[in-house]
Design a protein around this ligand. Structure first.
Ligand code: CDT
Length: 308
C-alpha cells in the first residue's frame, strides 16, 4: 500500500485548571488540520486528556482518581470519536484508565477509520517510584498511581497496516519493538510526557534527553523494519517543562518528520509500508537469523546477575 499518510498530533501543555472539554476541543482542532493534510492515521500523546499528574504526590492516591476515565469513549470524548469517524481518520491517544474492578492503568486505545475502538494497550514499563522521594528535584510517581499493563504488546491490522502501541518510557526498551516486530509490525505508535531535565541528574539537559528519545525510536524502527511515530505532550505544564521532539521514523531508522514547536502542532509523512519488507526479508529476517536458544536471559531475568 503506497503513501498512507500518518500524522502526529503533538500537544502543548495541559494545565491542571484546564477542563477535559478544553482538551478535546484542541484535539478536534488537530484532527481538522490532519484532515486537510490528508492524514489517515493520527497519533496523540500519552495521558492526552489531562496534565501529567504523576509529578505530584498524593498521600491518598484515590485523590487522583479524578484524572482517570471510567469508560472510553465517554460523554466528554465522544465528540472526538465522532469527528474522527466523519473525517475517516484512525486515531490513537493515551489516557488514565480506571477499570470497573478498581484497577489503574496508563492506557492507550486505537480506533479504525470508522471511529470504533479496535485495540487497547496498557503501559508496561512504568518509570519512577512509589513513595515521595525528597532526593529528586521533582517527583515521577507513575509506580504509585498505575499498575503495570497486563495486555502484553499486541498488534492489530488496521486500515490495512499492522499496528502496535507503546507508551513513553516503553520506547527506551528494545524488547517492546521486538515483541511487536515478531508479529510483523509496520507502524509502532508512541505517545510521551518526558520532563526536559533529569530529576536525579540536573546537568542532563534537553539536548541529551532529545538525543536519547530519537536514538531509542530510530533504533527500534531500524532493527524491526517498521515505521515509528513518537508524539509528545510538551511545553511548560503547571510549572514543569516537558520536552517536545515529536518524530516520524521510517523503517531505515531515518527521521522523516519532526515537530518544530512545543505547542499543538501537526506533523505528517506519507508512509509506504512496502518499504518495511526489505529489512524484514534481509538483515532482519527473524526466522532465518534470530537465535532464541541463546536469549533465555531476556525472559528469565530482569536485573543484572554478575557471574564473573
Ligand atoms: N511518562 C514517562 O514515561 N516519562 C519517562 C520519564 C521518566 S523520568 C523518571 C520517559 O521515559 O520519558
Amino acid at each position: 500500500m503506497a503513501d498512507f499518510v500518518v500524522g502526529g498530533a503533538q500537544m502543548g501543555p495541559i494545565q491542571r485548571a484546564d477542563t477535559r472539554e478544553d482538551v478535546v476541543a484542541r484535539m478536534i482542532a488537530l484532527l481538522e488540520r490532519a484532515a486537510v493534510a490528508g492524514v489517515e492515521m493520527l497519533v496523540f500523546p500519552e495521558l492526552a486528556l489531562t496534565t501529567f499528574f504523576p509529578r505530584w504526590y498524593a498521600e491518598d492516591r484515590a485523590e487522583f482518581d479524578k484524572y482517570f476515565e471510567r469508560e472510553m469513549p465517554n460523554a466528554v470524548t465522544q465528540p472526538l470519536f465522532d469527528r474522527a469517524r466523519e473525517l475517516e481518520i484512525a486515531i490513537t491517544f493515551g489516557y488514565a484508565e480506571l477499570t470497573p474492578e478498581g484497577r489503574h492503568f496508563n492506557t492507550s486505545i486505537l480506533t479504525d477509520r470508522a471511529g470504533r475502538i479496535v485495540g487497547k494497550y496498557r503501559k508496561v514499563h512504568l518509570p519512577g517510584h512509589v513513595e515521595h522521594d525528597p532526593e529528586r528535584s521533582f517527583q515521577h510517581l507513575e509506580k504509585r498511581y498505575f499498575e503495570p499493563g497486563d495486555l502484553g504488546f499486541p498488534v492489530w491490522r488496521n486500515a490495512g497496516v499492522v499496528m502496535g502501541m507503546a507508551i513513553c518510557n516503553d520506547r527506551r526498551w528494545p524488547e517492546v519493538y521486538r515483541c511487536m516486530g515478531l508479529q510483523g509490525v509496520e507502524l509502532v505508535t508512541l505517545g510521551y510526557n518526558t520532563p526536559s531535565v533529569n530529576s536525579q541528574k540536573g546537568e542532563e539537559g534537553l539536548e541529551r534527553r532529545l538525543f536519547h528519545s530519537d536514538l531509542s525510536m530510530q533504533a527500534g524502527a531500524y532493527q524491526n523494519a517498521t515505521y515509528v511515530v513518537g508524539v509528545a505532550k510538551a511545553g511548560v505544564e503547571d510549572g514543569h517543562h516537558l520536552m517536545a521532539g515529536s518524530i516520524i521514523v521510517d523503517p531505515n531508522g531515518v527521521i522523516i518528520a519532526r515537530a518544530k514547536t512545543e505547542g499543538d502542532e501537526l506533523i505528517s509523512a506519507a508512509c509506504d509500508f512496502a518499504a518495511c519488507r526489505f529489512g524484514k526479508e534481509t538483515m532482519f529476517d527473524f526466522a532465518r537469523h534470530r537465535r532464541p536458544e541463546h536469549y533465555g536471559r531476556i525472559t528469565s531475568q530482569s536485573g543484572v546477575v554478575l557471574e564473573v
